[in-house]
Ligand binder design. Structure first.
Ligand code: F6P
Length: 326
């Protein structure tokens, strides 16, 4: 294997708070270890369309506290084709890039795995997504910040829900995983979380109503993970109107505000540690792995495991939400 001299870095897919902290850590750790760094704009799009620039340690000044990504991000259709990846590879080699650090979620790391296999390129991934839906890691960069944003929003919704004695469905992101809904419910004291992982097992809405939550409370907040299988917050509110018209239900969809904002300290620390670990991994000859965190320790997770949808919510927490909201 040829020695790595120049490392390219990109962010891809949905942005997540802490991506900038990761870009900073990758860049500065690489430069500290005598690698050159190139920033690739707009994810894989920047490889296909040759938007690549030299990075110095000053390129990442004053960004640790910023949400979003200074490299910008995109979902690149061209990169999904063999022709697009060939162009990306040619541009990457012409820019002198020997290895890549890819920061993104499931789709971005799947793209990285295919690209690495096709062209025998060393690639290390960092889990950058608010959804916390990747295998082999307890947390992803951006998840903690999004969770705190959700809690802040639900605290506010609770004021009006209590005043009007209403049932609120609050829809949160996480199209493949219920972590934001479930842990958001735990942290905000919500009455239930409706998550895709449980949808085939029980009718979660009927379960909530049959629990008789209304006996001890006049208002209720239910966090719903966006996913066609749960019906989403709108779908559930429609059902309430038809099946349980005695409840006065309202819907709030938190949407993309969950992706913004300054990263929490936890996300900045995670991103900094993972960013540095990506450079150590490349220096040690690791390739085609994502940096994960398990029980507080950084681990290498093969791309195939990170993206195989093996991530599981903690099912005990579903009961805990119910117990703590009696
Ligand atoms: O970042 C992941 C995610 O937030 C998903 O939960 C959500 O479904 C999706 O991104 C929305 O992406 P877009 O910005 O393309 O609408």
């Amino acid at each position: 294997m040829a020695a790595i001299k120049t490392i390219g870095i990109l962010t891809s897919g949905g942005d997540a708070p802490g991506m900038n902290a990761a870009i900073r850590a990758v860049t500065r750790t690489a430069i500290y270890n005598k690698f050159s760094v190139k920033g690739i704009k707009r994810g894989y799009y920047g490889l296909v369309y040759n938007e690549i620039e030299d990075f110095t340690s000053r390129s990442v000044s004053n960004i640790i506290q910023q949400g979003g990504t200074i490299l910008k991000t995109a979902r690149c259709k061209e990169f999904a084709t063999p022709e697009g990846r060939k162009t990306a590879y040619d541009n990457m080699r012409a820019a002198g890039i020997d290895a890549l650090v890819v920061i993104g979620g499931d789709g971005s790391l799947t793209g990285a795995r295919i690209f690495a296999e096709e062209y025998d390129i060393p690639i290390v991934g960092l889990p950058g997504t608010i959804d916390n839906d990747l295998g082999g890691t307890d947390s992803t960069i951006g998840y903690d910040t999004a969770l705190n944003t959700i809690v802040d929003a639900v605290d506010k919704i609770r004021d009006t829900a209590t005043s009007h004695e209403r049932l609120f469905f609050v829809e949160v992101m996480g199209h493949m995983a219920g972590d934001l809904a479930l842990n958001g419910a735990l942290a905000s004291g919500a009455e239930a979380a409706i998550i895709p992982e449980m949808e085939t097992q029980i009718d979660q809405l009927a379960d909530l109503v049959n629990r008789g939550f209304r006996k001890s409370k006049n208002s209720a907040i239910v966090l719903v993970a966006e996913n066609p299988s749960t019906g989403g917050a709108m779908g559930l509110a429609e059902r309430i109107k038809k099946e349980f018209p005695q409840y006065d239900a309202r819907v709030t969809i938190l949407g993309h505000l969950q992706r913004g904002g300054s990263p929490t300290a936890a996300d900045r620390i995670l991103a900094s540690r993972m960013g540095a670990a990506a450079i150590t991994a490349l220096g040690d000859g690791q390739r085609n792995v994502m940096i994960g965190v398990k029980n507080g320790e950084l681990v290498y997770v093969p791309f195939s495991k990170a993206t195989c949808h093996a991530h599981r919510v903690d099912y005990a927490d579903i009961d805990l939400v119910k117990i703590l909201s009696i």
